[in-house]
Design a protein around this ligand. Sequence first.
Ligand code: MF3
Ligand code: CO
Ligand code: CO
Length: 383
Amino acid sequence: MLDRTLERTLEACTAPSPVSISNREFHHIPAEMDSPTPTYLQAFHPPIFISELIPVKIWGRSHTVIRSFGVSSRFRDSRDDVAQRPPVPIPYAQLIPVSRLIDSSKGNPPGGVTPEAQMLQNLRKLQLSEVQRDGMRAAGRFNAQLMDYLRGFVKAGISTSEIDRLAHDYTIQHRHTPATLGYLGYTKSCCTSVNDVICHGIPGDYVLKDGDIINVDITSIVDGWHGDQSETFLVGEVCNEARSVCQCAFDSMHRAIAALEPGCAVSIIGDNVVAEATKWGFSVVREYVGHGLGRRFHQYPNIPHFPDRKSQQDRLLPGMCFTVEPMINAGTRFTKLDTKDNWTVRTRDGRLSAQFEHTILMTESGPEILTQCENGPRVGHRF
Ligand code: MF3
Ligand code: CO
Ligand code: CO
């Protein structure tokens, strides 16, 4: 059965469908393109694909329909080398040239770009070129280096504002920028979330003591690119529940990352995080989600840590960067925003919460973790 969202999406396309949905038209791209090659394929060959993959039943058989848009060379970013890279081998049902979405009565782009074409061009920009990917890699690397630097200081007796000062000074000394500083009015260079604080804890006078767990979340801007990651640290000896909730958050993040493939649905992440949390008897926060990032701190797509309808449709294509940052609660999943500072988010029941975060680049061969520390926990680590 055709998903209702898909029906509406297809109806919304201004161009008449150039390829009817039938079994015969499922090809791999571009080598196995059947003849006769439709003229729009010749005109825009080799096509660049901006795509949404949607599972549908066609004539009783399951297929993945890709709403694909061949992008004409005049829309290509000259720094972009996507055409040189092998396309993701996925079947497609529709190929609509972007030129059909241009309202010719309004002249050529940029003046005459329809909202649909604009949307496609914006989506296209999320698939970074090799040069742009290297920018993200450098940002991730620096951010991880900062986390390794902070690691040695996160001990009983240090205040959260001292951790913030260390993060700030180290970043500035390296001529980079703390992304949170001044972001939407936030006044610190990191977030420090202790015990029942889920996320966005503001560094202050609180002094760490034995038995605490603290998430330190740092984001750096390096040459305009963002690296974003967090770790939950165990301070001294912690109770079993604290250790377990940290282990669960860490394992669920790595389980989700391991499940990623080029072109996969964003909801793979939520599927895996929820499965891991359920195994432990813990809950997954829904109000706060991971995100795309690049030149901007937070951008499309949203990365919920539970599967929802939108994330079942959104795809992680090669060249896209995003975070995986599950927040796991020991008790209820529900949250409570501190109305005094409008930032600090706590568990509603006051029980513990833990989080880990990595920045990921999706490549043609799978996910690449951009924020792996030299000295930090790696996949398989036991707390
Ligand atoms: N680093 C957080 C994230 O993972 C965002 C912090 S925004 C702030 O997305 F303003 F609260 F610092
Ligand atoms: Co983030
Ligand atoms: Co973060």
